[in-house]
Design a protein around this ligand. Structure first.
Ligand code: ADP
Length: 486
């Protein structure tokens, strides 16, 4: 099958979160399974042309936007020297310091930037002679592709047999814009209604993806069910319930080329399930990086995250004083909302010898944390899939999670009687439940025998992409079948 993976961010080129990991790793897994994969994304300022060998292919596309036509240059690079990646180069839209937002907030022209991107994806297919069987769209920034293929390009022979699969990586980010941006789409007001892309008087581009795609997926089975409820539906649960027969949950895999303590080039000493001695060295190295003294027998609990309401950090803030009485060290790497920057900086000042707080985005430090910590905390309010708990398992860093979305599907609560499980899990979104779970985890940590067995079990789990990529291929086939019927 000819599959075009369209995404606003893709590893190794540009990343703000899990979406980039997923689209990069899935593309590689599909290619390994013999599929004909092409990838497309915007050409941002952060992408280093020389490092990735990007080349202008001598082609431009003319993309209508509102009453203008704006040209983009097409560049090409490769993933693993094999998978072609096309980059839409429109300086005015993408040559900026950030992908979507500055610390002050979203770029005000995001509607224009990503409506343009979606239409440029379609025009690029035509320019390079690509007739995809499936365009796999990811998140709201590519949602308009699905709308255009069923409207403006419905009778275009290039896309006669092109189906769309739309993956929701996080329903909380919808691409909501005021109705007067409709002119940017070059579509009539007939699609601006509750059955189309209207959402309480606004344009909702994610909703476009949910309504117009042939198949919808999200990144875990639990999340696919949660988003059909009012509590987790962000106002779109009705739309999702309506399409429940076309809605699937496929758990993300992880890329063990990048995340594996036996081969990780960023960590102090490599280690594996069979030889854990390096982990203590990694712990010392991590704490040294944070400027705190390592203490044997005291666990290090870590967080690496976007600092957003979704992630549940209000719970940590409420129990931090009680937690620090439990004798543990806490390290955090994250960036996001100012409110959380302040909360964690204050915690760092109050407990300087037992906490390490780094506000920022740092991939190398993220690897060191996975290797050096004993436990990894994800108390999310909601979590579509979550990747760090999967990295943590591989590094023998035991996850403590709330039972939501992908965290629920991938982490099995430790049972002290049967000695089964791969982490610790709590259900109720409350500081009390979180505290009790951390206390339980520390109790097991103090029992070397149990903890070593738990680490070994966690490290033995396989969350590679192969199985999930196979599930995507089955859905692509389903989408193609559906498309031929209509
Ligand atoms: P989300 O996509 O909601 O941010 P995920 O757990 O799915 O959450 O993926 C987050 C990804 O981003 C992981 O690869 C994680 O290691 C990385 N990440 C998040 N924050 C940081 C940070 N401050 N520094 C380095 N990597 C980070």
């Amino acid at each position: 099958m000819k599959i075009l993976v369209a995404s606003p961010e893709i590893v190794p080129f540009a990343k703000t979160g899990g979406l980039a990991d997923v689209t990069g790793a899935l593309s590689k897994a599909l290619e390994r399974l013999g599929e004909d994969v092409t990838v497309i994304m915007p050409k941002y300022q952060v992408i280093d042309d020389n490092k990735f060998g990007l080349e202008y292919i001598g082609k431009k596309v003319s993309v209508p936007i509102s009453n203008r036509v704006e040209e983009a240059k097409i560049y090409r690079g490769y993933i693993n020297n094999k998978i072609p990646v096309y980059f839409i180069d429109r300086v005015k839209y993408y040559d900026r310091p950030y992908l979507y937002s500055t610390p002050q907030g979203d770029y005000p022209d995001n509607a224009e930037r990503f409506i343009y991107f979606s239409r440029a994806i379609i025009e690029t297919c035509k320019a390079i002679g690509l007739k995809p069987d499936v365009i796999h769209c990811n998140d709201w920034q590519t949602g308009m592709v699905t709308v255009y293929l069923k409207t403006l390009y419905n009778n275009d022979s290039v896309f006669n047999n092109t189906a769309t699969v739309f993956t929701v990586h996080n329903l909380g980010y919808q691409g909501l814009f005021w109705h007067l941006d409709m002119h940017l789409t070059n579509l009539g007001w007939d699609i601006f209604n509750p059955e189309g892309i209207e959402f309480y008087g606004k344009i909702n581009i994610l909703k476009g993806g949910l309504v117009y795609s042939d198949i919808i997926t999200t990144v875990s089975r639990t999340y696919s069910l949660e988003i059909q409820t009012e509590e987790y539906g962000h106002g779109l649960d009705g739309v999702l319930r309506k399409r429940r027969n076309d809605l699937y949950g496929i758990i993300n895999g992880i890329d063990y080329d990048e995340w594996n303590p036996a081969t990780d080039k960023y960590i102090a000493v490599k280690y594996s399930k069979g030889n854990l001695s390096g982990k203590w060295e990694c712990k010392k190295d991590l704490l040294q990086t944070y400027g705190i003294q390592p203490i044997k027998k005291i666990p290090v609990i870590a967080v690496i995250s976007r600092l957003a309401d979704q992630k549940g950090f209000d719970l940590i803030a409420e129990i931090i004083d009680d937690l620090m009485r439990l004798e543990l060290q806490f390290v955090l790497l994250g960036t996001g909302t100012e409110k959380y920057h302040k909360i964690f900086k204050d915690i760092g000042k109050k407990y300087p010898s037992m906490t390490g707080i780094k506000i920022g985005f740092d991939n190398v430090l993220a690897h060191k944390i996975e290797a050096g910590a004993d436990m990894f905390l994800m108390p999310s309010r909601y979590e579509p899939c979550g990747l760090n708990q999967l990295y943590s398992l591989k590094y023998g860093t035991i996850p403590i999670v709330r039972a939501t979305g992908g965290l629920n599907d991938t982490i099995e609560d430790y049972d002290p009687v049967k000695r089964t499980g791969n982490g610790f899990k709590f259900f109720e979104y409350s500081p009390k439940a979180l505290f009790a779970t951390i206390e339980k985890a520390i109790g097991i940590y103090n029992d070397d025998l149990r903890w070593n067995r738990l680490m070994a079990d966690a490290m033995g789990k396989d969350f590679s992409w192969t199985n999930s990529a196979r599930e995507y291929i089955e859905l692509y086939k389903k989408a193609v079948k559906k498309r031929t019927k209509t």
